[in-house]
Ligand binder design. Sequence first.
Ligand code: HEM
Length: 483
Amino acid sequence: MTKKLTTASGCPVAHNQNVQTAGKRGPQLLQDVWFLEKLAHFDREVIPERRMHAKGSAAYGHFTVTNDISKYTKAKIFSEVGKTTPLFTRFSTVAGERGAADAERDIRGFAVKFYTEEGNWDLVGNNTPVFFLRDPLKFPDLNHAVKRDPRSNLRSATNNWDFWTSLPEALHQVTIVMSERGLPATYRHMHGFGSHTFSFINASNERFWVKFHLKSQQGIKNLTDQEAALLSGQDRESHQRDLLDSIDNGDFPKWKMMVQVMPEADASKVPYNPFDLTKVWPHQDYPLIEVGMLELNRNPDNYFAEVEQAAFNPGAIVPGIGFSPDKMLQGRLFSYGDAQRYRLGVNHHSIPVNAPRCPVHSYHRDGAMRVDGNHGGTIGYEPNQHGEWAQQPDFAEPPLTLEGAADHWDAAEDEDNFSQPGNLFRLMNPEQQQALFSNTANNIAGVPKEIQLRHLRHCFLADPAYAAGIATLLEIDQSEYAS
Ligand code: HEM
């Protein structure tokens, strides 16, 4: 029976070309159950796309430790130099839908699932070290501002800039998106960042704050807006094709993992909030420490099964790696699992690409599409008289001291939103600054003037030359924004 067509229940299909009808010209018969099965399955082939990062490309690979960081973390993945851990990485654009063109000016997602021996660790990052927001309550609004306008169903530069310029803390991220790095040529030619502050816990139960960096070993390559427009006209899947082809051709892309590590007590001493996602930690204060190499070397066999059904969750951490008080991270801890229970179902953890490569002993039971045996006859509660599947207090994190009154704190007034974007601007060479001016001016050109002025005011506070460069292209006089 090999290579012969069957129904989903394995029975031979006799007719797959002509439906059964009453007479040669007659209507179709309901008893043609193969037709019913085929169409009913087809009708349900689409699942919801990810709310953000819907368009993506992914590959398998491994991570190899090249430097011993065990004094900072007891995470088994980092336990010895030379150790390798299998992984799955999905790259994505953010605002576009599942069928959007790849070569768009946008942030890129860079999500890695490490299948460690103590469970999956998901590092769900981006290609930028910061983000537009520092408060997760604003995240759905960001999504609505960058996606399609409710009336026109068009992407709206006005909505985009109206929202961004209403939040001074967004300037750092907006500066990166409008810079030459805002439009990577491929997924291989960009860096990755965990972006948030996470924590490391070592074997003595000491806590450190940590930021993760993934440095492209292919170098950085970007597209101009003009190059991207041409490319998208020829190939909407330019990122997918590049990743697929390079791996199929044995040209395996690599990223060097580096970390910045801050002793726990420093958090209250540094002159900025180290848990603010709109800020970076200066490298001179917290230098990059090498950790290891991430390599991608195998393409998925089936896009839907492995890439579309992949579920990355910032809440998936392993002993030795923890969260931080970053409220954006805290907000994400709820949103991903919740989205995936809706998008893929409550048992999405057992889809092969998501399944841990270590034993799973949980008391979760039942639910739609439970296909992994449901833990057979094992009892489903704890505590129990068998001492079975007991909680593991040895893995408890050290207590974290928190302080302050509960309130809806607004950090806008006491935070410095402009020094870091100004520093980034001053780090750029004249060509890079020029690219920033023209990308911004092109992007904001058709937007109401009040919004343009709001942006120029923020740029001016970062660096007067930043505002002047854009204002010249928009033919706006300094007196209009630099009051
Ligand atoms: C995808 C929410 C901020 C990186 C998603 C998804 C949701 C979401 C609901 C779709 C998940 C799925 O269906 O599988 C949020 C919320 C945020 C936030 C509520 C802030 C409060 C961020 C930040 C980063 C990020 C700061 C990067 C540092 C990603 C990536 C994906 C994603 C890479 C795609 C993962 C994949 O490839 O499947 N986000 N997000 N997000 N988000 Fe976020």
